[in-house]
Design a protein around this ligand. Structure first.
Ligand code: GAR
Length: 201
């Protein structure tokens, strides 16, 4: 039984999709905890309501990234997770933190990486005039939004799209591919060789 810790910063809709799929599809996994860097993250209540442990490490109370990541790591490691899932966790992580979870730290990013790293990805896509956009699940490495790619979903960009309409279309696909990718991990179907992820069936 694999143990998963999920990190969120806000509404946690991807966390919900993963929790729901884990339970309804009876993965060989347990959501050990949901941890937020913000006390008012609305996703926390959903997890707590299902009896999942929740914790908050308030990032703005720390004077440095290193100090925050150190306490965050201690909080996570109390659960001895096999996998740590970033689900809308809006923090840049220190190299030491990323190294500690190498090969067991997943993120979802709302663009077709390597295009549109960083923030405001839907604005970036509209400004670039791309005709397709999407989302990427990837392992986290020290270079922001550049780790080995596990899964991607493509959505069309429509002529009358706004940032909000495009974000909604992408988010629907995030809720499909993130649970799929986490399931592959907990079922030991993912192999990373260098920068390439291979999925076995
Ligand atoms: C999602 O769209 C996710 O891809 C994005 O934040 C949103 C969180 O939504 N993540 C990033 O931008 C990470 N750089 P959620 O809290 O409802 O899952």
């Amino acid at each position: 039984m694999k143990k998963i810790v999920i990190l969120i910063s806000g509404r946690g809709s991807n966390m919900r999709a993963i929790v729901d799929a884990c339970m309804s599809q009876k993965w060989p996994a347990q959501i050990a905890a949901v941890i937020s860097n913000k006390a008012d993250a609305s996703g926390l209540a959903y997890a707590a309501g299902l009896g999942i442990d929740t914790a908050v490490v308030v990032s703005k109370e720390f004077s440095s990234r290193e100090a925050f990541d150190c306490v965050l790591q201690q909080t996570i490691d109390e659960y001895s997770p096999d996998l740590v899932v970033l689900a809308g966790f809006m923090r840049i992580l220190t190299p030491a933190f990323v190294e500690h979870y190498a090969g067991r730290l997943l993120n979802i990013h709302p663009s077709l990486l390597p295009s549109f790293t960083g923030l405001a990805t839907h604005r970036q896509a509209l400004d670039a005039g791309v005709k397709v956009h999407g989302a990427t699940v990837h392992f986290v490495t020290a270079e922001l939004d550049h780790g080995p790619i596990v899964a991607q979903a493509v959505v069309p960009v429509k002529a009358d799209d706004t940032e909000d309409s495009l974000a909604l279309r992408v988010l629907e696909q995030e809720h499909v591919i993130y649970p799929q990718a986490v399931r592959l991990f907990v079922e030991d179907k993912i192999n990373i060789t260098g920068h390439i992820v291979k999925v076995s069936e």
